[in-house]
Design a protein around this ligand. Structure first.
Ligand SMILES: Cc1ncc(COP(=O)(O)O)c(C=O)c1O
Length: 260
């Protein structure tokens, strides 16, 4: 069965027929956790890492979660899955619902432009991928209102963080750099993969540092590696040589881990 399929508490339905109570605090207060997992030919990439992060998010939120049941839900929905590249979205709510959705991969552009948006991460949510994403979604809208494709989140003290749904990397003098997790950013699975395959180093970056970089790219489960062609008024090579090499290395590793 194609995208548009849902599994709620172990029961498969077409997504448009899936129901949860409107009183669920996952909806009322955004109190819950989620993951988005990319499929390659129907095989989830880094499923164990996503489930470990989901379990950590639930524990951080003091949310009881049967992670084995989440894995079974995913297996159930994948049993119906087409072979095309798709996404699995998993949400767990304060109301106790386990929701798994099979989604079509959104179109991914060849490069993107970034507009800075000032943002202070809530430290209380360190290590938690919570359902409260309104600020992230608003940041993207604010950047788009200014004519950019996506937001680059920067603290009031000018520390570069990440994008609303992706990690941020810069290339300077051939070295690949990314802000450290101590900046209260998400411990992204693709970020860890880029650090592993590209030997990227974790270094604090300021908005002023951005004027000295040669290339930049985003990294996430959905986009893999996405070149940045412009940040505010600064044009960048897109894709630059280093970004192209990192994108190939990441893709190779993903294929190696999802084939056979
Ligand atoms: C804020 C944020 N940073 C980074 C990422 C990328 O994380 P991952 O590589 O685990 O998909 C996401 C993904 O949703 C995110 O929401």
């Amino acid at each position: 069965m194609p995208s548009g399929l849902a599994c709620v508490d172990g029961v498969l339905t077409p997504a448009e027929e899936a129901r949860i109570p409107v009183t669920d605090e996952g909806l009322v207060r955004g109190d819950g956790a989620f993951e988005v997992i990319r499929l390659y030919g129907g095989i989830p990439f880094a499923l164990d890492r996503h489930l470990t992060r989901l379990a950590g998010s639930a524990e951080g939120l003091r949310l009881g979660l049967d992670i084995a049941a989440v894995r079974e839900d995913i297996e159930l929905i994948l049993g119906e899955c087409a072979e095309d590249d798709e996404l699995v979205r998993v949400m767990v709510t304060r109301g106790g619902r386990r929701i798994t959705l099979l989604e079509t991969l959104p179109p991914v552009a060849e490069s993107c432009s970034l507009g800075q948006v000032t943002y202070s991460p809530p430290r209380l949510l360190d290590g938690i991928k919570s359902l409260s994403y309104a600020a992230n979604m608003l940041a993207t809208r604010l950047a788009r209102e200014r004519g950019f494709d996506e937001a680059l989140l920067v603290t009031p003290h000018e520390r570069v963080l990440e994008c609303p749904t992706a990690s941020f990397f810069a290339v300077r003098d051939g070295a690949v750099l990314t802000p450290p997790l101590s900046e209260h950013i998400l411990d992204s699975i693709t970020r860890a993969l880029v650090i592993e395959v590209a030997g990227a180093s974790e270094e604090p970056l300021t908005a002023t540092d951005l004027e000295t970089i040669d290339e930049a790219f985003l990294a996430s489960s959905v986009v893999e590696v996405l070149p940045v062609r412009r940040i505010e008024a600064w044009d960048l090579a897109a894709p630059g040589e280093r970004t192209t090499a990192v994108a190939s290395a990441v893709r190779e590793q993903i294929i190696a881990l999802t084939s056979g």
